[in-house]
Design a protein around this ligand. Sequence first.
Ligand SMILES: N[C@@H](CCC(=O)N[C@@H](CS)C(=O)NCC(=O)O)C(=O)O
Length: 208
Amino acid sequence: MTLIVHHLNNSRSQRILWLLEEIGVPYEIRHHQRDAVTNLAPPELLAIHPLGKSPVIEDEGKIIYESAAIVEYICECHGGAHLVPARGSDDHIRYLEWLHFAEGSAMTPILLNLYTSRLGEGGAPLRPRIEQQLNSHFQFMEDRLLDSGYFVGDGLTGADIMLSFPAEAAVKMGYAADKPKLTAYVAAIHARPAYQAALEKGGPYAYA
Ligand SMILES: N[C@@H](CCC(=O)N[C@@H](CS)C(=O)NCC(=O)O)C(=O)O
């Protein structure tokens, strides 16, 4: 049975398509379109995820949510071992940190920024703290990017798949203008054939 990805247009599920292309796993996309007015996911996603969010994958009768869990699952069960540093190594610890930093830390100021930007002047008291947090998280990524051009070791790992979205958001939001390594990192991942193939299949994506 082919692995299914529930993909919401213009969303973080784009990186799951990229991972599958990098490994060369056959997959099928179920496309879900954001509401043109609210930008929220359509109600049909509630049938597959109680929160109505994407990504969700279906594989061998299993339904799996949460990008980082999906990345771990695909790497372990679908031939992505080369994208995971050896367990017990220092690189594996760094890998786990970055894998979870993406959703667990970096997304908080990104989403706060999105929501408070809709408050107009009402959001003004929150702006300095949110901007400071955006900059410190993106600066942390800039500082820790390795000379190899990746976040862990000498090659692409699942952590880069997860970090691609906050890195793209940094560029898109104008926070990477003074962060040359992060800017070059985003350009390099965008140039990968697997990334381009995923983009073609996933449809328009504002961060590429
Ligand atoms: N932490 C979750 C986040 C899932 C999430 O919030 N996805 C967004 C797309 S970027 C979504 O489905 N939003 C639509 C909505 O909330 O209506 C993950 O990484 O999978």
